[in-house]
Design a protein around this ligand. Structure first.
Ligand code: SF4
Ligand code: SF4
Length: 212
């Protein structure tokens, strides 16, 4: 298990009624300890799929994000770049571009569309398939899938696509072709909550592989 795994789900104990619905929907099960008066999460085993957040009708589950640190950094004038997912158009219908305007007004150094990085990831897949002819390729942009394989199905690790994620491709391209942005923090954990279908967004950073 990677020591870099950070908690991405938390239990708000005041709201938890110990109904165990979260356990019933959790694909891992034993990452949730239901032996006490409130449930507790074993973060080392949680794959961050977010199923428990949707299932908990008592709003006792939340994703852990770095919104406060992000806003504080912007407020202090830290140099940052934003990598925005196309899903923002669904979360903010008709207003997605206003998010870019707001980010710029708060001092964001640059804003990139992660769809660009997705094109680079596809190219990495094609290069890998052409060069190695693997019998199976498991796409890796879903951090929950990567965490699940890493933790519970390590025999599948050789089949994970040896490619950077769209996010990392975008960041690498930005730093290569916009040298003035080197040293800026990327806002990869900028939490437009619910924007992404999975919660775990940072888990696979330790698993990024160079296209080979
Ligand atoms: S579903 Fe919600 S209220 Fe029920 S045990 Fe899980 S966290 Fe607590
Ligand atoms: S995020 Fe997924 S794996 Fe983690 S506790 Fe919730 S349901 Fe289980």
């Amino acid at each position: 298990m990677s020591a870099q795994i950070k908690p991405v789900i938390k239990v708000i104990e005041d709201r938890c009624v110990n109904c165990h619905v979260c356990i019933s929907v959790c694909p891992v099960k034993y990452c949730i300890d239901g032996s006490g008066d409130k449930v507790a999460i074993n973060h080392e085993l949680c794959i961050g799929c977010g199923a428990c957040i949707r299932a908990c009708t008592h709003k006792a589950r939340e994703g852990v994000d770095d919104l406060d640190a992000f806003l504080s950094g912007l407020g202090r004038g830290e140099k940052m770049i934003a990598v925005v997912a196309p899903a923002v158009a669904a979360r903010l219908p008709g207003k997605a571009l206003r998010l870019n305007g707001w980010l710029k007004s708060r001092g964001m150094a640059a804003i990139f569309d992660v769809a660009f990085g997705a094109e680079l990831t596809v190219e990495s897949y094609l290069k890998h398939i052409k060069a190695k002819g693997p019998p199976l390729v498991i796409a890796q942009p879903c951090p929950a899938i990567v965490s699940y394989i890493e933790t519970f199905q390590p025999e599948l690790l050789p089949y994970l696509a040896p490619a950077d994620s769209p996010m990392l491709h975008t960041i690498k391209a930005a730093r290569e072709f916009r040298p003035e942005l080197r040293g800026a923090q990327d806002s990869r954990d900028l939490p437009l909550r619910g924007q992404a279908p999975r919660i775990r967004r940072h888990g696979p950073w330790g698993l990024q592989r160079d296209p080979g």
